[in-house]
Structures are given as structure tokens and as C-alpha cells.
Design a protein around this ligand. Structure first.
Ligand code: NAD
Ligand code: DAU
Length: 359
């Protein structure tokens, strides 16, 4: 048996593949085929711990390459597809939305078309077992007021950035392929992840990396925007659980019940760095915090109501924010080589473009 993972060299996808191959939940003999385009966010170094492992096959390619995807279905006959592949950074979508439409919308469409053809070619037993799991985001639901209840699966879609609009479009396509063609789909909408292998353009790893480099810690606007943080390994366990027992056609919200304003996150990261790797001058890393121009259209608050996945599938996060953030800061301090290799790439050009205009 085999599963096909897309985007498995990125942050969440690589954590998922590593856990699948190395974890004790690996179904005996069940291999992973990992299709990834290796954009700036894809990094084969993330997969080093399973280099040469029999249960992992890496394929360099695009989810929108129909001939390639078709050949993978023919060769590996996967019993499931887990679709992580996407452009994922909101700020990049503001500077240049085209790649987001290309991969998140058009790419997902092409992938779905090939899944549809493959599904139609299966016998009844294999059709019964087959699943397409689409990994999506809480950002499709838009922004909450401070007293609003958390997002449930029934919340209306109100995406506000080109990124979230492109993810919303992909969610709608996935839903339509279930209703129209009977594809056995599952969708997960998750809150902000953090943890190992997180690309340092996103808030938490950027703060750790900048703090260590003696640079400013750029907090957008007033820093009071609220996100709901989930340790990445908990997101991976939720996806495994939904794949295993989720009801076909259903959507599951995934979150950590960890709502926090950005400035609190940055202060917590600084305090952990003060403890684990103090500055030479004895001052706090918090001195490096710098409030900068806000993100255009910045969503004020996200919060996930994760009671459906807990009630129906018995899933709960294993980490609290405290335990998860401590592990994360420690991981970055122990993996300076990984950080250095990432920083020497095209990421440098992006930093210049994003922060030179913020003042
Ligand atoms: P990421 O940007 O770190 O990784 C994306 C991966 O997809 C990269 O390896 C990249 O090379 C690959 N990719 C991009 N375009 C591709 C294409 N056309 N064909 C094949 N591969 C392609 O993203 P991430 O943070 O790991 O997010 C993974 C998924 O989870 C995304 O769909 C994202 O929307 C969703 N998600 C992310 C978060 C989060 O906090 N990071 C939260 C909820 C949902
Ligand atoms: O909610 C899930 C989403 O979380 C995922 O769908 C996205 O793929 C993922 O990138 C993430 O989106 P955010 O925009 O919430 O994440 P980011 O790390 O970019 O920003 C988190 C918050 O921190 C947000 O309110 C913007 C703010 N921020 C971000 C950066 C990069 C800053 O204040 N300063 C920064 O330099």
C-alpha cells in the first residue's frame, strides 16, 4: 500500500512524511510517494532523516503536471492522496498573487482531474478505500471580532488575502468534485502551525532567526492581531486521524485552542531565547522588537473551534503552546546549519523586498 503526498518537502508536509515513515503509526509496509516542485519553500534537507529509506520515494514535479501525476497513479496505485502543495505565505501573495492562483487553484484543479480519472479506473473495493485529503487553512473563514465565537466548519467563507482566496477556491473545487463526481474527499482547515522546519519568513521562525542574528524583530502594526497556534506534529496527527476515520465528504477544523496576540508570541520567544541562549550584553532580546508598517488587509483574529474533530474522531493536540514553543526554540538553536543553508538561498532577496518598504 502507498500514499501520495504532495508538497512533502515544505514545512508541514515534511513533518508529516517524517512522522509517517519514522513514527510507530506507520502501517506495515505502507510507503509514501512525495511529489514536490521544490519552490523556494521546498527543502530536501528537511527529508534527510529518511534519505535512502525504502518507504519514501521523492519525485520532483508539479501537481499541475497532468502527465506526471497520471504516471504516478499508474505506477504506485496509491490508496490515498494528501494534498499539502501550495504557495503558503500571505505577504508573498500580496506582493505577487499569480503563483498562488497557478498552484493553489489551477494546480489543485489539474490534480483533481487526474484523481478523478484514477478513481474511475479503480475497482469497487479500491474505490471504497480511496481518499483524497485536502489540507487547508482557517484563513478561508476571514477575520473575527474580539468577541466573536471561534470558526466552526459551518462558518461562511470570507477570504481576505490573495492567499486565502486561492485556498478558498481550492476548497470549493474539492467540495464540488465530491458532490458532482463522488470523489471520496476529506478537507481539514487548520490554524497557524509552528515547529521544526518552519521556513523563516513566517512569524515564529523569523523572530528566532533575526534575534540570533542581532537584527530587528519586525512586528506588523500594533502587534495585537490574534492567531491560534498549533504545534506542527499535532496537525500531522490530526491529518492521520482524519485520513483513518474521517467521514467522506466532511470538513474538519483543526486547532490548538491557543489564541494569542502576535506581540505576546514574540515576547515569549524572546524570553525563551534569553533563557536558552542569552545575549552577550545580558540584555533581553525583546529590546530588538520593532513595530513596522502593517500588512495590507491584515486579518485581526483567527480562532478555531476544534470540537468536531475531538467529538467525532477523538483527536486532541498533545502539546500546549508552552511545551511546543519551548521545543521549537530549542530545535532552531540546535539546527543552525539548516537555518544557514536556508538563509543563503533566494530567501535573502525576499527579505529585502518585503521589509525595505515597511520602514
Ligand atoms: P510551505 O510553503 O512550507 O510548503 C509548501 C510545499 O509545497 C513546498 O515544499 C513547495 O515546494 C511545494 N509546492 C508548491 N507549489 C507546488 C506545486 N505546484 N507542485 C508541487 N509542489 C509544490 O507550506 P506549509 O506551511 O507546509 O503548508 C502546507 C499546506 O498546509 C498548504 O496547503 C497550506 O495552505 C496549509 N496550511 C498551512 C498552515 C501553516 O500554518 N503553515 C496552516 C494551515 C494550513
Ligand atoms: O492561519 C493559518 C495560516 O497561518 C496558514 O494558512 C498560512 O499558510 C501561514 O503562513 C499562516 O499565515 P499567517 O499570515 O497567520 O502567518 P505569518 O507567520 O505570516 O504571520 C503570523 C502573524 O504575525 C500575522 O498576524 C502577521 C504577523 N507578522 C508576520 C511576519 C512575517 C508580523 O507581525 N511580522 C512579521 O514579520
Amino acid at each position: 500500500m502507498t500514499i501520495l503526498v504532495t508538497g512533502g518537502a515544505g514545512f508541514i508536509g515534511s513533518n508529516f512524511v517524517l512522522d509517517w515513515v519514522l513514527g510507530d503509526h506507520l502501517q506495515e509496509g505502507e510507503a509514501v510517494v512525495n511529489l514536490d516542485k521544490l519552490t523556494y519553500a521546498g527543502n530536501l534537507e528537511n527529508l534527510k532523516p529518511i534519505e535512502g529509506h525504502d518507504a519514501h520515494t521523492f519525485v520532483h514535479g508539479d501537481i499541475g503536471d497532468r502527465a506526471l501525476v497520471k504516471s504516478l497513479f499508474e505506477q504506485y496505485k496509491p490508496r490515498a492522496v494528501i494534498n499539502f502543495a501550495a504557495e503558503s505565505h500571505v505577504d508573498r501573495s500580496i506582493h505577487g498573487p499569480e503563483d498562488f492562483i497557478e498552484t493553489n487553484v489551477v494546480g489543485t484543479f489539474h490534480l483533481l482531474e487526474e484523481v478523478r480519472a484514477y478513481f474511475a479506473s479503480l475497482g469497487a473495493l479500491d474505490q471504497n478505500a480511496f481518499r483524497f485529503l485536502h489540507v487547508s487553512t482557517d484563513e478561508v473563514y476571514g477575520s473575527l471580532g474580539s468577541d466573536d465565537p471561534a470558526f466552526t466548519e459551518g462558518h461562511r467563507y470570507e477570504p481576505n488575502s490573495p492567499y486565502s482566496a486561492s485556498k478558498a477556491a481550492s476548497d470549493h473545487l474539492v467540495r464540488a468534485y465530491h458532490h458532482t463526481y463522488g470523489l471520496p474527499i476529506l478537507t481539514t482547515n487548520c490554524s497557524n502551525n509552528y515547529g521544526p522546519y518552519h521556513f523563516p519568513e513566517k512569524l515564529i521562525p523569523l523572530m528566532i532567526v533575526n534575534a540570533q542574528a542581532g537584527k530587528n524583530l519586525p512586528v506588523y502594526g500594533d502587534g495585537q492581531q490574534v492567531r491560534d497556534w498549533l504545534y506542527v506534529k499535532d496537525h500531522c496527527s490530526a491529518i492521520r486521524r482524519v485520513l483513518e476515520a474521517g467521514r467522506v465528504g466532511e470538513v474538519y477544523n483543526v486547532g490548538g485552542w491557543n489564541e494569542k496576540p502576535n506581540i505576546e508570541i514574540v515576547r515569549r520567544v524572546c524570553a525563551l531565547l534569553d533563557e536558552m541562549n542569552p545575549r552577550a550584553d545580558g540584555k533581553s532580546y525583546a529590546q530588538q522588537i520593532n513595530f513596522v508598517t502593517d500588512r495590507p488587509g491584515h486579518d485581526r483574529r483567527y480562532a478555531i473551534d476544534a470540537s468536531k474533530i475531538e467529538r467525532e474522531l477523538g483527536w486532541k493536540p498533545a502539546e500546549t503552546f508552552e511545551t511546543g514553543i519551548r521545543k521549537t526554540v530549542a530545535w532552531y538553536l540546535e539546527h543552525r546549519g539548516w537555518v544557514d543553508n536556508v538563509l543563503s538561498g533566494s530567501y535573502r532577496d525576499w527579505l529585502e523586498k518585503n521589509y525595505s518598504v515597511r520602514g
